[in-house]
Design a binder for this molecule. Structure first.
Ligand code: SAM
Length: 246
């Protein structure tokens, strides 16, 4: 799968992708990426920002160089095989479901906004989906694009060494993950729950499921409401609540 980042600050992208899981995925040809800088399409002495019609504070990313960058990005793949995403606080809130769905695309083109954003006509003409990483404003689209890229790439076959780790993660079944512990078994901060030391797979699974249900209920009732619980899960949740209220 290929990712193209249209950005005025390609170093932010390159430095982030050159580490850890992503670096290995690129070396193993599971993913590829390129950056395209709209500044490369400017005439001599031309500025990359432009005034907003109607006045008001701030500038927009200039349209002509951005369109040329987009046309170049699109020309490398068939348009129908490319998904163009504009990162924007006005976009659809990003979540695990969208990350998983986007992992089956062939080519994703991210437009990383700067200043006050980009001309609406570019959004209307080119963009397939606007995505927001949350209800706050950051200074540019690079970090949001990296967040979206990272969440997608974890769902591409082979990118994570151990596929099982995906199934256990938060949101994988609409629930938050259970607490985890590593050595030592006992320390000043406390002891590892006895169920995890039991060596009994069924006991461990039951404890983990109970924690997932309980923690999701305490922290994210909205997620729990969307998840259909079996009668066994309802009983586990009740046990968790009773233990925590008791
Ligand atoms: N004027 C814009 C608004 O109020 O919606 C905010 C512009 S912001 C300073 C500059 C760029 O950062 C945006 O064009 C967008 O690409 C990116 N950005 C900022 N916050 C974001 C968010 N929550 N999700 C996705 N992208 C965001």
């Amino acid at each position: 799968m290929n990712f193209t980042f249209i950005s005025l600050f390609p170093e932010i992208i390159r430095s982030a992708l050159n580490e850890s899981i992503t670096k290995r995925a690129i070396e193993n040809s599971l993913i590829s990426f390129e950056t395209i800088n709209p500044r490369n399409y400017l005439e001599a002495k031309e500025r990359i920002d432009d005034k907003v019609y109607g006045g008001g504070p701030g500038m927009l990313l200039k349209s002509e160089p951005l369109m040329k960058a987009l046309d170049d990005a699109i020309s490398r793949f068939e348009r129908s095989k490319s998904k163009i995403i504009y990162l924007s606080p006005k976009g659809k809130p990003f979540n695990q479901e969208t990350a998983e769905a986007l992992a089956s695309e062939k080519n994703i083109i991210f437009i990383c906004g700067r200043y006050e954003g980009i001309d609406q006509r570019i959004i209307d003409h080119y963009v397939d989906v606007e995505i927001s990483i949350g209800d706050y404003v950051v200074s540019g689209g690079e970090i949001p694009a990296l967040v979206v890229f990272d969440a997608i790439s974890r769902n591409i076959d082979g990118v994570l060494g151990d596929e099982a780790s995906l199934e256990q993660e938060s949101f994988s079944r609409g629930l938050l993950e259970y607490p985890q512990y590593t050595r030592p078994e006992k320390m000043k901060l406390g002891e590892v729950p006895k169920e995890l030391l039991s060596g009994n797979h069924a006991v461990i699974e039951k404890w983990r499921k109970k924690q997932m249900l309980g923690i999701t209920s305490l922290r994210r009732k909205d997620l729990l409401e969307k998840t259909e619980l079996s009668s066994e899960e309802k009983a586990l949740l009740k046990e968790f609540i009773d233990e925590h209220e008791g």
